[in-house]
Design a protein around this ligand. Structure first.
Ligand code: NAD
Length: 329
């Protein structure tokens, strides 16, 4: 154990927060000081399960730690995170960062003034299948996202755009290094009063076009991405943990796996389609996120998803949601 291990607390220990507790319990060289949840029964259950003290008062927990995970429903993120940051604590905020841009901006400003870290829980960025793209130069001309999930009441306090699609929006913004030029979107309410199925087409200033479809009313879980660019096509299955790469190359070595046995001859240039399937090392993305948070506090890494990145994803999500609402009117 380090001399001064980082002291952490978890605020909100429901469906996801309990996993924050589980991982903090097993990460070396930190101390999970305690947890707080407004639902005393739930707090007691998780406290007993992991043998972690409950704090009956948020202020007492915050006063005892260096950093917190905020895993309350989204509507409470802004208020709880502002309180923690003002008390000079680093915050890991589950996604989406807040419900409004103004709230996100406010948190970013306070964090800057207090010199504290905001990290946002856009967990898919740590998905090993997505990380398998890192060795490749991804500069897509076109990207397609599909995210389908079986219906669950959890998360229906917000439209599917803010609950599910925001994961893909965040990935999209991390892959395309350009400003958003225009957004078209449409959506439907099926089971809830808010939007359950949504589609958006986003154009970027560098010409890239993205198509994103999300539904929370599906029989099966699907989370797929396809990227297309000159000489490179990739498919990523975030759910199954499978990444496939198709590259066009003029010269190949005999060890490479290629799809067309006879090269395609175009005006005298022989082109081969090379197929690669990078090895995916299965790791728990939430654990990796929390370790990244701890290393960021220690100053040896930077948050994979900063407060600014969380705000940018939220801004696009809100614009998509507004376009859908306008369309319905
Ligand atoms: P949940 O309803 O299961 O749990 C939330 C917990 O917070 C409950 O136990 C509730 O009693 C408690 N709570 C509510 N207000 C509180 C407050 N002011 N202070 C302390 N505790 C409070 O919700 P969940 O599914 O665990 O979602 C929590 C957050 O995590 C949401 O923002 C959600 O969007 C996000 N989430 C992210 C992912 C992901 O993939 N990264 C997945 C699921 C949920």
């Amino acid at each position: 154990m380090k001399k001064n291990p980082i002291k952490l607390g978890v605020i909100g220990v429901g469906h996801l927060g309990q996993h924050h507790v589980k991982h903090y319990c097993s990460i070396k060289d930190i101390t999970l000081v305690g947890l707080f949840d407004t639902d005393e029964k739930q707090a007691l259950k998780i406290s007993k399960q992991y043998n972690i003290p409950i704090f009956d008062n948020l202020n007492k927990l915050i006063s005892s730690v260096d950093a917190v995970s905020i895993v309350t429903p989204t509507i409470h993120h802004a208020e709880v995170a502002e309180y923690c940051l003002k008390m000079k604590k680093h915050v890991f905020i589950e996604k989406p960062i807040t419900s409004t841009i103004r709230e996100a901006e406010n948190l970013i400003e306070i964090a800057k003034n207090k010199k504290k870290i905001i990290q946002v829980g856009h967990i898919e960025r740590l998905n090993p299948a997505l990380r398998a793209l890192e060795p490749y130069q991804i500069k897509p001309a076109f990207i397609e996202f599909q995210r389908l999930a079986p219906y669950s009441e959890r998360g229906t306090d917000v439209p599917v755009v803010l609950d599910k699609m925001i994961h893909d929006i965040d990935i999209l913004l991390s892959l395309v290094n350009a400003n958003v030029d225009s957004i078209e979107a449409s959506g439907l309410s099926i089971l809830t009063e808010s939007i359950d199925i949504a589609h958006a087409r986003i154009k970027f200033s560098n010409g890239c076009v993205a198509s994103i479809m999300s539904s929370r009313i599906s029989k099966n879980e699907v989370r797929k991405i396809k990227t297309f660019q000159q000489n490179l096509y990739t498919t990523i299955d975030l759910y199954k943990g499978l990444t496939e790469i198709y590259k066009i190359e003029n010269n190949i070595n005999s060890n490479q796996d290629y799809l067309l046995k006879v090269p395609f001859d175009y005006n005298g240039t022989k082109k081969h389609i090379i197929y690669e399937k990078p090895e995916i090392i299965k790791e728990d993305a939430l654990r990796l996120e929390l370790i990244n948070f701890i290393y960021s506090i220690e100053g040896t890494e930077k948050p994979i998803v900063s407060g600014e990145a969380g705000r940018d994803a939220l801004a696009v999500a809100i614009e998509i949601q507004e376009k859908i609402t306008e369309g319905i009117k």
